[in-house]
Write a protein that binds this ligand. Structure first.
Ligand code: GLA
Length: 352
């Protein structure tokens, strides 16, 4: 894949700690062979990386950066500031009281300084802020906005620019940005930052999509809108959910938890051929769109590697068997993989 799409855009996969614990490293080897970019699922999030004041879990994060660097990949740091998976201590002082704006900004700076010193330009892009807008376009109410105020995003990007080495790309990342409310809000935010002279290089459109939606034209409108705002477009977190969805199961709010019966988990014995073909067609349509806009798209990253490791096996209903990616549970390329590659000259085959 990385050869086939060379010259079009980077092609990435998000990798997680269990891949470093596999006996044969089969999945990591597959990633090294197929992908030109990597993202970290949890390893660099504040909660995993720095769970207590002064306590750092460097081991897997270091292994992640080493893997990406050794394989000459575009290494993405995910994520500096998010309302989820950030430990409570970040917002509290020694007495357990909420810190003030100045102290929170200081802690944010300390975090960026730490990763900057440790990884420097080996991490080539950071998701600086994740998921800070609601579908309506309003800023999300969170500890960040409550303590810092409505300029939280601006402050985060200023800190990132000041503390990270020059050339490291700074990205705003979010889901459901094909909806008009959020799309317009993010375009406005990008333009405002640029007017103030604050660096923002890219917008990451999380592609947690399904076989039905969003439509190709909705996705296209967002790619064009972000590009016209003057940033590179990154398709991040791409996966296509083939399992049934019901009311309230859209987006990618990780805090959402639902219960479902067997009807919500219909493919426990494998994805039927007709569904495989549907998935292949959906991916081919998406990649056709991405190729059409390759001048605007810097990277297309899948959220995961093989179906076995997908978060969609557990979201929003725990323990289902999901089929959202290009590689099956055994690591074998699926019809969707061939459909995507089929759009290009046959420069690479999965068995090579
Ligand atoms: C969001 C986050 C990711 C990840 C996924 C689900 O989209 O950005 O870090 O947690 O949810 O796995």
């Amino acid at each position: 894949m990385k050869q086939a799409f060379k010259g079009d855009f980077l092609i990435g996969a998000a990798i997680s700690k269990p891949l470093f614990e596999e006996e044969t490293f089969a999945t990591l080897n597959m990633v090294a062979g197929q992908f030109s970019s990597v993202s970290s699922c949890n390893m660099l999030k504040w909660g995993s990386f720095n769970p207590e004041p002064g306590v750092y879990n460097h081991e897997t994060a270091d292994a992640y950066v080493k893997f990406g660097t050794e394989n000459k990949m575009y290494v993405v740091g995910h994520v500096l500031f998010w309302h989820n998976q950030t430990p409570k201590w970040v917002f509290l002082d020694e007495k357990g009281e909420t810190v003030d704006r100045a102290e929170l900004l200081r802690r944010m700076r300390e975090r960026v300084r730490h990763v900057s010193k440790r990884y420097g330009t080996r991490i080539q892009a950071w998701d600086v802020v994740n998921e800070s807008f609601m579908g309506s376009g309003k800023l999300r109410d969170s500890q960040w906005t409550r303590i810092i105020g409505s300029d939280f995003i601006e402050q985060a990007f200023r800190i990132a620019e000041e503390e990270l080495p020059e050339g490291v790309e700074l990205i705003y990342n979010d889901y459901s940005m094909t909806g008009k409310g959020k799309r317009d809000a993010v375009v406005r935010m990008v333009r405002e930052l640029k007017e103030k002279g604050v660096l923002i290089d890219g917008v990451g459109l999380q592609g947690h999509w399904s076989k039905k939606g969003p439509s190709i034209s909705e996705i296209e409108a967002s790619i064009i809108a972000f590009s016209e705002a003057g940033v590179g477009v990154h398709i991040t977190e791409l996966d296509i959910d083939m399992l049934p969805r019901k009311e309230g199961m859209w987006g990618a709010d990780v805090a959402k938890r639902l219960v479902g019966d067997a009807r919500m988990d219909p493919y426990r014995d494998g994805l039927p051929e007709a569904r495989q073909q549907e998935l292949a067609k959906r991916y081919a349509d998406l990649f056709q769109l991405f190729l059409k806009h390759k001048d605007k798209i810097k990277r297309v990253t899948f959220w995961g590697t093989t179906d076995k490791y997908s978060w969609l096996n557990n979201w929003p209903i725990k323990g289902r068997i999901s089929y959202p990616l290009l590689f099956d549970r055994a690591g074998k390329a699926k019809p969707a993989f061939h459909a995507v590659l089929g759009l290009k000259d046959k420069q690479a085959t999965p068995d090579e």
